[in-house]
Design a protein around this ligand. Structure first.
Ligand SMILES: [Zn+2]
Ligand SMILES: [Zn+2]
Length: 96
């Protein structure tokens, strides 16, 4: 089941369960749309994968399957990210 995480890993912005600004990679690393567009440029800094809008779980399903509460704050480390970014930035996510 998809983990609905409460904040952007990079900037710490709150991302409600129904946010349309929450972006995730295949491992559910979670970032806001701003960071995805301006910092990450569609390269997840943890795994190198692409990021897509997180699907919104219907409200009545959230009662039984609520968002996780643990806030992961893991800002991008520029030196480390540069390696992944250089490797993947020009390759479409489905070809990485
Ligand atoms: Zn952010
Ligand atoms: Zn990732």
């Amino acid at each position: 089941m998809l983990e609905i995480r409460p904040v952007c890993e990079h900037c710490g912005k709150n991302l409600l369960a129904n946010s349309t600004e929450a972006m995730i990679c295949s491992f559910e690393c979670t970032f806001c749309k701003d960071c995805t567009d301006t910092v990450l440029h569609n390269v997840c800094p943890n795994c190198g994968g692409g990021l897509q809008m997180r699907p919104v779980r219907p409200q009545e399903m959230l009662i039984k399957h609520p968002p996780v509460t643990l806030k992961i704050h893991n800002p991008v480390k520029p030196e480390q990210f540069k390696l992944l970014f250089t490797k993947y930035k020009d390759i479409l996510p489905e070809k990485r």
